[in-house]
Design a protein around this ligand. Structure first.
Ligand code: 3EB
Length: 330
C-alpha cells in the first residue's frame, strides 16, 4: 500500500521544472550536462553533432558568435530516432523534431502534411501526449500569390497532416521563413505528460478564427501556453497583428511597439508578472537585415537585460517586418 501510494505521489510530482537558456559554449558541453533535453544552434556557422538532441535551426543570427539554446530538466533524459524523427524525453517532457526536404515531395503542402502526419503518429506512441509548443521553419515562406502563397499551402498541409490531433486545443506556435539554400521544412516541438493552459490575446483575433482572406485553412495555434505547473508561459510568434489585421505597414519601429503591446496583453491575460527579465529568453525575427541594428537598439531600450536572440527570418505575412516569441518564467 505504502509503495503504491509513493508511486502515485511520484507520478503526480511530474513534470519536473524545465529551463530554457541561451549559452555561449559548445554543443558537446551542454549535451554532456545532466538533464539536457535539447540543444539548438543557429545558422550555417553552428557546429554539428550526431546527438538526437542537437538541432541546427536554419536561421542566421545577427550576433556573432551565436549562442546556443538549451532546454534542460531535472531528470534522467533518454533519446533516440524514429524514422525521420529525432526525440528525447525525461521528467515528463518530450522534445521531437523532424526535417522534411521538399525535393522529396515536390511541394510545401505535401511536405507539411507528411511531416505532421509523422509527428502525430509518433506522438501516439508516447506518454507525453500534450503538445504545448511547436516551431515551424519554412523556406521561401512568402513565395506565391493569394492562396498559392507557400505559407498558406503550408497551413493546408499542416491541418491535413494533423487531422483531429489538436481537437482538444491548439499548442502555442511559431511559423517563420528561412533562407537556407536547401528547401527543408523543419518542425520541432515540446510536449508533456500533463496539459497546459492555452492563452489567447484580447487584442488579437484567435488565429483559428482568421477570416478567409488569410487563406483557406486558418493557422492552428494559440497565442500562448501556460506550462502545466503554471510556472512559465510559452509565447507564440507575436507580430503587429491587431484584431486580425496587420498594423503599421512599412514601419518596423511602430510594428515592434505594437508587438510589445501584444506581449504585455498576453502576460496580463496569463496572469504572469508584467514585463520581461533576465530569465525570459526571447527571439526576434527580422525580415530585412538592414533593420536588425534598429530592432536591437529598440529592444535594448524597451527590454533592458532581457536575453534576445535576433535572427534573420520572414514573418508569414509579407507586410510584417518583425516578430517576437519566447518564454516568461514566473
Ligand atoms: C500571426 O499573428 C503571425 O502559423 O503557426 C504566428 C505564430 C503566426 C504562429 C503559425 C503564425 C503561426 O498571425 C503569424
Amino acid at each position: 500500500m505504502v509503495q503504491a501510494n509513493e508511486h502515485l505521489q511520484a507520478k503526480s510530482a511530474l513534470p519536473c521544472a524545465l529551463s530554457v537558456t541561451y549559452r555561449m559554449t559548445s554543443p558537446s558541453t551542454v549535451l554532456t550536462e545532466a538533464g539536457t533535453l535539447a540543444v539548438f544552434g543557429f545558422g550555417a556557422g553552428a557546429a554539428s553533432s550526431e546527438d538526437a538532441r542537437w538541432l541546427r535551426v536554419p536561421l542566421e543570427c545577427f550576433d556573432a558568435p551565436a549562442p546556443l539554446e538549451a532546454w534542460q530538466v531535472d531528470a534522467l533524459v533518454t533519446h533516440g530516432r524514429h524514422d525521420k524523427l529525432r526525440w528525447s524525453a525525461g521528467g515528463g517532457w518530450l522534445f521531437a523534431a523532424i526535417e522534411w526536404d521538399e525535393r522529396k515531395t515536390g511541394n510545401i503542402e505535401d511536405a507539411a502534411r507528411l511531416a505532421y502526419d509523422s509527428l502525430r503518429r509518433f506522438m501516439r506512441t508516447r506518454d507525453e501526449r500534450h503538445v504545448l509548443r511547436i516551431w515551424n521553419y519554412i523556406a521561401d515562406i512568402n513565395l506565391g500569390e493569394g492562396d498559392a502563397e507557400r505559407y498558406k499551402q503550408f497551413c493546408n498541409g499542416r491541418a491535413s497532416g494533423l487531422g483531429d490531433f489538436f481537437a482538444e486545443g491548439f499548442p502555442a506556435a511559431t511559423a517563420i521563413g528561412h533562407h537556407h539554400h536547401e528547401p527543408v521544412l523543419q518542425i520541432y516541438l515540446l510536449a508533456c505528460v500533463d496539459e497546459g493552459v492555452a492563452i489567447e490575446n484580447p487584442r488579437q483575433t484567435s488565429a483559428w478564427r482568421y477570416p478567409r482572406e488569410y487563406g483557406r485553412t486558418s493557422p492552428g495555434f494559440a497565442r500562448g501556453m501556460l506550462m502545466p505547473a503554471r510556472d512559465a508561459l510559452a509565447i507564440s510568434g507575436t507580430a503587429a497583428v491587431v484584431g486580425h489585421a496587420s498594423a503599421h505597414e512599412g514601419d518596423v519601429e511602430a510594428q515592434l511597439n505594437e508587438t510589445l503591446l501584444n506581449l504585455e496583453a498576453l502576460l496580463a491575460t496569463a496572469d504572469m508578472p508584467a514585463g520581461f527579465d533576465t530569465h525570459s529568453p526571447l527571439k526576434g525575427y527580422v525580415r530585412h537585415a538592414t533593420d536588425a541594428a534598429r530592432v536591437r537598439e529598440l529592444l535594448q531600450r524597451r527590454l533592458p537585460g532581457v536575453p534576445v536572440l535576433l535572427m534573420h527570418g520572414d514573418v508569414c505575412r509579407r507586410e510584417l517586418l518583425v516578430e517576437l516569441d519566447g518564454w516568461r518564467f514566473r
